[in-house]
Ligand binder design. Structure first.
Ligand code: GLN
Length: 503
């Protein structure tokens, strides 16, 4: 595996080219389509990826001809020059298809690029293609997609996790150096955990949501997938910060330090909270518990102080999350009506039928279920109870988590109670699918950052599937949790390396 740093060094030295990187991904994409169990990570490789790569190679070549100083200057202006990345099918790239893996948006072309895309391309990165996801980012396995599931590169009988399973599998299978996903309740961390790579959900607002298709706007956040924390930190430094098109956007303090992320040095001062509620979860997988205990011991061996804390409100996080996320989703998805957005189905019976036929043909079953629940929750009869209760639980979670961080630096917990499951196992059981998010949603509800770290594997008897552990910190501590995760990577090198290089 090559990290971003190593790849940049190779690009500068001329031992690789951007075109070679793109070409390799294109070849793997074509071969995968023909394989017996296709990964189905990329849905499309963008048709201009190769020409953008050739342009980047020209710029690099011209600077190299002038000498090291010119090369360094070029890369300080464009720190991601020539590096291809995997995009998710709900993040707009101007002139490219954008479907949220839904039939209702088939044929839709994005009229403008998301701010995160603009910032990456200004830094020289190359959007390689769009990747599969659960329809409208609703799901935990990337099985609710009109394009079929994305398989897990570690073992293709297993799900990749969701909803950002496509970009995660692409990175995990060495088809891209880093990837973009989106999170509403765990959709970057969960697949990262299932596929054995690093996945960061940044502080709410640090990455602009402009040009990203909304699911639950008060929770949505773009996330980054990579092989190492450093590989996440560099794109984060480029993309983060206030955007005039997103009123909820915010600057990340110490964003400059992310360009050259240093491992955290002060473990002896680190105070870590482990919520008791998560340890006592029914249905917690024994292998996940073991990996968690090993991670805890590693922190202790480095001098960190770990305490178990009692936060009963966490037991209500999943209920609060689904009330809020689905209410916001019902409202956000009302624009897909065949008039404003979405493929119109008009049987010329009038407007009501036009809306109904468009939406019943265009949306898949999970999206429909969520729109129905969301509208039910928001209906006049119930909103007083359910929606307000969901909101007041959220406010309490935010308060209690913020109070906890007055005494602790990070919260340590597994990313998910279980490792990846087999394809088809939960697809008809929405409740057990929703419970995959048991340990992730409190992070979105309280707007804090969290990284899923590839911390171990299940036993051989259980398939040696990856297990992720979360390091979550207070709002705007993104640089700190990344630097702590980098120490893990330095001491367990290759934890998040791609599957083609896993012996
Ligand atoms: N699995 C969660 C859901 O279905 C989270 C999805 C997400 O983060 N986009 O809502």
């Amino acid at each position: 595996m090559q990290t971003i740093k190593e790849t940049i060094a190779a690009l500068k030295a001329g031992t690789t080219t951007s075109a070679a990187l793109v070409k390799k991904s294109m070849d793997v994409f074509e071969a995968d389509k023909k394989s017996a169990l296709p990964l189905n990570a990329f849905l499309e490789i963008y048709d201009d990826a190769l020409s953008l790569a050739a342009k980047a190679d020209e710029e690099i070549g011209a600077a190299r001809a002038k000498g090291d100083e010119a090369l360094n200057e070029l890369f300080s202006k464009k720190p991601l020059l020539g590096l291809p990345f995997a995009n998710k099918d709900n993040i707009s790239v101007r002139g490219k298809a954008l479907t949220c893996s839904s039939k209702i948006l088939k044929g839709y072309v994005a009229p403008y690029s998301a701010t995160v895309i603009n910032r990456l391309t200004e830094a020289g990165a190359i959007p390689l293609g769009r990747c599969n996801q659960d329809e409208f980012a609703m799901g935990s396995s990337t099985e609710y997609s009109v394009y079929g599931p994305t398989r897990n590169p570690i073992n293709r009988d297993y799900v990749s996790g969701g909803s950002s399973g496509g970009s995660t599998a692409a990175v995990a299978a060495n088809q891209a150096l880093f990837g973009l996903g989106t999170e509403t309740g765990g959709s970057v961390r969960l697949p990262a955990s299932y596929c054995g790579i690093y996945g960061l959900k940044p502080t709410y607002g640090v990455l602009s949501r402009w040009g990203v298709v909304a699911y639950g706007s008060s929770l949505d956040q773009v996330g980054i997938l990579g092989h190492t924390p450093q590989d996440i930190a560099l794109p984060l430094s480029v993309m983060s910060g206030v955007d005039m098109y997103d009123d909820t956007s915010a600057d990340l303090p110490e964003a400059h330090s992310l360009a050259d992320l240093k491992p955290y040095a002060d473990f002896a001062k680190l105070k870590i909270a482990v919520p008791k509620q998560f340890l006592e979860t029914k249905g917690m997988d024994a292998d996940v518990s073991k990996v968690f205990e090993d991670t805890r011991k590693w922190f202790e061996s480095k001098g960190a102080k770990i305490e178990t804390v009692d936060l009963p409100i966490l037991e209500a996080s999943i209920a609060s999350y689904y009330v809020i996320a689905l209410s916001e989703a019902a409202s956000n998805l009302s624009r897909f009506d065949g008039i404003r957005y979405g493929n119109r189905v008009d049987n010329e019976k009038g407007y009501d039928e036009l809306y109904i036929d468009t939406r019943s043909e265009g949306f898949g079953p999970e999206v429909k279920r969520r729109i129905i629940i969301g509208n039910y929750v928001l209906s006049e009869q119930f909103s007083g109870d359910t929606y307000k209760k969901g909101m007041s639980v959220r406010a309490r979670i935010q308060r209690e988590i913020a109070a906890l961080f007055e005494s602790y630096d990070i919260i340590l917990c597994p990313t998910c109670p279980t490792p990846a499951f087999k394809l088809g196992q939960k697809v008809d059981d929405p409740l057990s699918m929703y419970l995959s998010d048991l340990f992730t949603t409190f992070v979105n509800l309280s707007r804090i950052p969290s990284i899923s770290v590839p911390a171990g594997k299940t036993s051989e008897a259980n398939g040696s599937m990856p297990v992720g552990i979360q390091f979550a910190g207070p709002m705007f501590s993104d640089a700190k949790i990344l630097s702590i995760a980098q120490v893990w990577e330095d001491e367990h090198p290759g934890s998040g390396k791609p599957v083609s290089e896993v012996e």
